[in-house]
Design a protein around this ligand. Structure first.
Ligand code: PFF
Ligand code: NA
Length: 464
């Protein structure tokens, strides 16, 4: 039996479709918007090194664990964890890992679509040619003007949420699989074109040095915490999105010559993580040359993508075309990610008896409502802060720096300590025993220890 207990939500057409869907989830605003500005805000290469280390040592092993739990469970994260807890003879409260994930996904979705809305607005800015030949001051003004306009930000948030739920409402195969089959190749083609352009630009050497000339003195506790949080965010782990996608992953595929071939989780996850990392680095190498060639500051913050790039597009030949392509790329990337963030709560409601479209509309409406707070925190509510953070800032910190790492920690503990070893080994079916042992040591000891240390350290820093 290839796929015993076939998941009710459907199953990806092939291993390749899983890679497209999971890469679609992973590659998003985290790579193209956040990674470059975090690198800028945390001292360049020092942050890049920490980030790469976190991806390899903590992110990948936990991603393998998350996909493995998903494929074993075959359902939405809440019910997969419930089933796994029962099968392994532990308290059904472990289902809480799935519930915590669905909750963090719900919170994350509420503001992810707000930023998604900005990217939609920028497609319009580019197509309309509004910024052609604009000066630095004008481009800055356009960004601030957009954020200051509550209706514009709310409109973008609404449109992006609708786009997301439209796809999720069609289901795993007719919605998500169809969307990623079109959007992901488009995304990689656009990225290649823009990277080609960056290679020939004046600032490329400076940008390369900035990203890769490592200086240990620049590492701080805050930037380590940021790197850990970001490695979870960028790989889409810790909230069940990848667990849900793993549940739809086939155990075997039939090759063209009619042979049955097992689908290995380890190598598949490696492919996804490599794609995600590659896109982040390439995005940095597209954006920083423009920053340096124009004498701008890399530590600009969240505006980096929305201010520096349009400025470059304003001047370059065919800038309108490249600018439009670039923001279409960002929209595609963000869209395939928001879809995956919405999947765990929607799948859970479907298991409770809702129809797909109804479940999607319900989750969408609730997340949209909560997202109003984030949308307005750039304008009307900008002065309302707690611990120096706006509503958006709080949601961002709570989900990405706290909830995702906690979710990841619990996933690692379950996969490494709770789940029967025979089960884990069978599901992973790794060819190399040595690699399996490395993975096991990572999820049992190294990843949890690293996460706990980082937490303790940042708590200590916050209190000191
Ligand atoms: N990985 C996505 C990004 O880099 O933008 C964000 C994300 C998607 C986080 C899905 C978490 C998730 F479950
Ligand atoms: Na990412």
């Amino acid at each position: 039996m290839a796929n015993e207990n076939k998941p009710i939500h459907g199953i990806w057409g092939s291993r390749w479709v899983f890679i497209l869907a999971a890469a679609g989830s992973a590659v998003g605003l985290g790579n193209i918007w956040k990674f470059p500005y975090m690198t800028g805000a945390n001292g360049g290469a020092a942050f890049v090194m920490m980030y790469l280390l976190c991806i390899v040592a903590v992110g990948v092993p936990i991603m393998v664990a998350e996909v493995m739990l998903g494929r074993r469970g075959g359902m939405s994260p809440v019910n997969s964890m419930f089933k796994l807890a029962r099968d392994n003879g532990v308290n059904s409260r472990w289902a809480g890992v799935g519930a915590l994930g669905a909750l963090s996904g719900f919170l994350l979705l509420s503001f992810y679509t707000v930023i998604g809305g900005w990217t939609l607005f920028y497609v319009w800015e580019m197509v309309s040619g509004a910024l052609v030949h604009a000066s630095a001051v004008e481009v800055q003004g356009a960004f601030e003007g957009m954020m200051a306009n509550p209706w514009l930000v709310l409109g973008g948030h609404t449109a992006f949420m609708a786009m997301t739920m439209f796809v999720v409402g069609f289901g795993v195969i007719r919605g998500i699989e169809r969307a990623v089959r079109i959007l992901m190749p488009l995304l990689f083609a656009l990225l290649a074109v823009l990277f080609g352009y960056a290679l020939t630009s004046d600032g490329f050497a400076d940008a390369f040095r900035y990203m890769f000339a490592f200086d240990i003195a620049k590492i701080s506790g805050a930037s380590v915490l940021a790197a850990v949080g970001h490695s979870f965010f960028t790989l889409s782990i810790g909230l069940g999105a990848i667990m849900a996608y793993g549940a739809y992953m086939p155990r075997e595929v039939v090759t063209r010559s009619g042979q049955r071939k097992p689908v290995s989780i380890g190598s598949t996850v490696l492919a996804v993580a490599a794609l995600d990392t590659l896109v982040a680095l390439v995005a940095g190498m597209i954006i920083f040359p423009i920053v340096f060639a124009n004498g701008l500051a890399p530590g600009e913050g969240p505006g980096l993508l929305f201010v520096t790039l349009p400025l470059a597009f304003a001047e370059m030949p065919l800038g309108m075309l490249f600018g439009t392509l670039f923001f279409v790329l960002v929209v595609c990337a963000a869209w395939t990610s928001s879809i995956s963030i919405a999947e765990p709560p929607v799948a859970w409601l479907v298991e409770k008896g809702f129809s797909r479209p109804k479940a999607a509309i319900l989750v969408g409406l609730l997340a949209w409502t909560l997202g109003i707070g984030s949308a307005l925190s750039f304008n009307v509510l900008a002065d309302y802060t707690l611990f120096g953070k706006t509503f958006f800032g709080l949601m961002d910190f709570l989900t990405i720096n706290i909830m995702l790492p906690v979710g990841g920690l619990l996933i690692a503990i379950f996969a490494g300590w709770i789940m029967k070893e025979t089960q884990a080994r069978k599901e992973l079916a790794m060819k190399s025993f040595g690699l399996y042992m490395v993975w096991r040591a990572m999820v049992r000891v190294f990843a949890p220890l690293a996460l706990i240390l980082v937490f303790a350290f940042s708590l200590w820093q916050a209190l000191a």
